[in-house]
Design a protein around this ligand. Structure first.
Ligand code: C2E
Ligand code: MG
Ligand code: MG
Ligand code: MG
Length: 283
């Protein structure tokens, strides 16, 4: 290893760090072109009723097939896209593509499907998200209730002045609002009372350890109690095993998603399952 003098003091410069910076530059360069090259697509992970497995909704998850870098998972590039600001354009594409897909499914008679999309905190700061959503719903002639927005607690920490108004407007349109990865965040719980949200997604970080790990059990029970007492919907993510499904059901969590049921699926595969399986309307 060699050492380089940085502005803030000594910094260890390892080949590993060099490689990371190289990767970051590559990813950021390729990201800028990815939208124009149509390198993104969405897959849809079913959210199922934990009692019988009927599909109640689906979460759109972005996939990037980079011509230069191959297939990259969102965990590898979303944070870069947030740093560069590209996430705003990418987020707009996700919103339009998801709505276009729901419109297509509705034409096929699958008219109860609600799709959840992930929204970055940067989209709340950079643009009037409520206006953007309203325009897109109008373009594809969809009711607000066909769309769910998942956002993380980061949105609340950034606390853009217009955030509360944006939430109120989205809610007025009937759009379903959910806090993603709940329990991973670091903010106080008092915002839960002020926000006009519908539900929480229990983070797979804690679902992973149940029913064996006692502290994970405790967190899941606490989140269940919070949701119940505030009248919020609760969806568990990362359900991989039958023992987890049973635990969650006993806890009173009605809906879950995870590899036990399905990973993110191409749209036609989700449509096939919707047409074949006993489905229940969401909500
Ligand atoms: P998330 O929103 O919490 O999505 C759940 C992630 O867990 C997905 O990873 C999904 O494939 C994975 N997963 C689902 N079931 C299981 C399971 O049973 N076990 C395990 N181990 N994992 C499971 P994915 O697709 O790689 O996405 C990672 C994260 O990237 C998402 O976490 C979300 O925060 C973000 N993301 C994905 N798509 C978008 C997008 O369109 N926009 C934005 N802003 N973020 C996105
Ligand atoms: Mg999500
Ligand atoms: Mg999540
Ligand atoms: Mg998660």
């Amino acid at each position: 290893d060699c050492k380089r003098r940085s502005r803030n003091g000594w910094q260890v410069f390892t080949p590993d760090l060099a490689q990371k910076q190289q990767d970051r530059l590559q990813i950021e360069t390729q990201l800028r072109r990815a939208l124009d090259n149509s390198e993104f697509r969405l897959v849809y992970q079913p959210q199922v009723d934990l009692r019988h497995g009927g599909i109640v909704a689906a979460e759109a998850l972005i996939r990037w097939q980079s011509h230069q870098l191959g297939e990259l998972r969102p965990d590898l590039f979303i944070s870069h896209a947030e740093t560069t600001g590209d996430i705003v354009r990418i987020g707009d594409w996700v919103l339009r593509e998801a709505c276009r897909q729901v419109r297509e499914w509705r034409e096929q008679g699958l008219d109860f499907v609600r799709v959840a999309i992930n929204v970055s905190y940067r989209q709340f700061v950079a643009e009037d998200l409520a206006v953007k959503v309203a325009e897109t719903l109008r373009e594809f002639d969809l009711p607000g209730s066909a769309l769910e927005l998942e956002f993380t607690e980061r949105v609340l920490i950034e606390d853009a002045p217009a955030t509360l108004r944006t939430f109120a407007e989205l809610r007025r349109m009937g759009v379903v609002l959910t806090i993603d990865d709940f329990g991973e965040g670091y903010s106080a719980l008092n915002y839960l009372r002020r926000l006009p949200i519908h539900g929480l997604k229990l983070s797979q970080l804690f679902v992973e350890g149940v029913p064996e790990n006692r502290s994970d059990v405790a967190v899941c029970e606490a989140v269940g109690a919070i949701a119940r007492s505030l009248g919020l919907d609760l969806v568990a993510e990362g359900v991989e095993r039958e023992s987890q499904r049973r635990f969650l059901l006993e806890l009173g969590v009605p809906v879950g998603q995870g590899f036990l049921f399905a990973p993110g699926l191409p749209p036609d595969e989700l449509a096939r399952r919707l047409a074949n399986s006993g489905t229940r309307p969401a909500g």
